[in-house]
Write a protein that binds this ligand. Structure first.
Ligand code: SF4
Length: 160
């Protein structure tokens, strides 16, 4: 795929992932920041060949501030080991950077981000991909796959 296809649309002016992460910590592009603990930005090397993209942080990730450290992270880790892929060499992120949840008693249940929230947050994912320029992007789940295959990124249908 051509690199320009990865970054179709506006991106942040940050020169590094660290700077981009710092900007994202103050993001108010949609309302999800109001009910989450913190922005959960992507992590991994800026030179990563492989970028893994999930839907959004879960309850555990929201508290810890890192992607894929909860139950979904355990499944991902096991899958990567089975596939012979070193997690530390991948960049792992989410389509949406704040945890969206519904309160049920003392529990916070996962709530799917809507199209508007995904669209607004795609600013950050586009910016991450612009800096990393990965060879491979892997969508972890339907939300990421649908988004990456959509017009925002202009990816070919075989990419997700
Ligand atoms: S979900 Fe994304 S766009 Fe919305 S406030 Fe959080 S970082 Fe910003």
């Amino acid at each position: 795929m051509n690199k320009p296809d990865l970054i179709e649309g506006e991106t942040a002016s940050a020169k590094s992932l660290g700077e981009l992460n710092g900007q994202a910590q103050h993001c108010k592009r949609c309302d999800l920041y109001k009910h989450a603990t913190q922005t959960v930005f992507g992590e991994g090397p800026e030179q990563a060949d492989v970028v893994l993209v999930g839907e959004q942080p879960g309850d555990r990730e929201d508290v810890v501030g890192r992607p894929f450290v909860g139950p979904a992270g355990a499944i991902l880790n096991a899958s990567l080991i089975m596939a012979g892929i070193d997690r530390d060499r991948c960049y792992i992120t989410n389509t949406v950077k704040h945890f969206k949840s519904t309160q049920r008693g003392k529990r916070r249940l996962h709530s799917k981000p809507n199209a508007g929230e995904i669209q607004r947050c795609s600013w950050w994912l586009r910016s991450e991909l612009k800096l990393i320029e990965p060879k491979i992007i892997v969508a972890l789940g339907g939300t990421a796959a649908a988004h990456l295959r959509g017009k925002t990124f202009g990816l070919p249908r075989t990419a997700a």
